[in-house]
Design a protein around this ligand. Sequence first.
Ligand SMILES: [Zn+2]
Length: 84
Amino acid sequence: MGSDFVGTPSEVRVGRLSATCPSCGQSSLFLRAKRRRQRKADSLLCAGCGAEHFYTALLEQVTRRTISDAQSALERARARRKKI
Ligand SMILES: [Zn+2]
């Protein structure tokens, strides 16, 4: 770790959920990649395993989880209604 990283690790967060590294599935902290010259300004490095991911891809992951969370909450609500 060192010159490829810049700033402090941060979460990619949407609402209450934050993205988890797709590579290790453990870390939710990411560092911004320093290489500005490449068109990878939005790429983030996992603070846990060092894998590189696009910010947009991580954002998409959280969004998808938010949607499936909302759907399962809806299903739970429906199931509860049936019991009554
Ligand atoms: Zn990782």
